[in-house]
Design a protein around this ligand. Sequence first.
Ligand code: TXA
Ligand code: MG
Length: 330
Amino acid sequence: MKPVFPDTNAIAHAADLLRQGRLVAFPTETVYGLGADASNPDAVAGIFKAKGRPTDHPLIVHIADIDSLADWASTVPDAALKLADRFWPGPLAIILNKKPEVPLAVTGGQQTVGLRIPDHPVALALLKSFGGGIAAPSANRFCRISPTQAAHVSEELGDAVDMILDGGACQVGVESTIIDLSGNRPRLLRPGHITTQEIEAVLQAELILPAANAVAIPAGVRTPGMMDVHYAPTTPAMRCPVEQLQEMLTTLIGNGKKIGLLSYQLDIAQTSQVRVLRSPEQAGDYAQRLYAALRELDSLQLDLILVEQPPQTELWRAINDRLSKATVAA
Ligand code: TXA
Ligand code: MG
């Protein structure tokens, strides 16, 4: 499917397709989403089919405004309103208890629903024209890297999608921060551009973090990052601290391997055996380019992708989270 320029006519056509239960890929500020009418279980089933994703894996419902929260959530806690007021439209998804009428197809059979207002003019125009909630996972095939450009969506989904709106390269580049507010205490399910500290400052409460709560998640509940392989390139990929990188490269080169190197600090010349992509220094820019860089290296038919480990600080939490899923540790 060839991406189309998102002018007024294209948006109106995309909204019509959604009404007919068909699939529209659209840009958000984080990654491209594969959208369907969230109130139509058959349409939602189409998302799972196109992605090859197990149907017990819940989807995020994208909404146009804060008032629409009440259409999906059985109760809207104060904490949700505080986060929504501060961060929406923006790269934050909030999990709330669902209204009875929200299809289980959207929530992967769970009694909670994920909601967010995306911060992208094309996504917002589509939501407005459609007039309802749009269920949209990242527009990649299951366990693959999320698309951050329209061309990536074409590569991933081909004609399994009915329309692709081209909104250029996504600004944030990694998926939204997910906060679960369905329980007694707020819980971080997926780190993203909006940091734990920013959320805690608004809620005036400490978040339960993923590592600390692994056993507290009820059996059968699916949350992000429970899969062993996720967001991964097809070329074997390894992350490596800068101190070990030179030695690792020397060994691999000696063994005749073709390497793709995503470097951060290490300044190394490109050779016929080593293709080098240099990462931006700032975390925001690094995140914005990360998936496109992995995709580019993945397309070169190399033996191994080596990623130099970036800093391990809070600002880099989302990046390190995604790298830990895309690569194995050296
Ligand atoms: O940035 C984003 O959130 C992008 C754009 C398109 O909005 N969407 C996205 O969707 O990343 P997806 O489906 O690839 O990831 C959504 C994650 C899944 O890992 C899912 O487990 C989690 O959100 N999720 C959704 N609803 C949930 C729920 N009710 N309870 C727990 N986790 C939920
Ligand atoms: Mg995804």
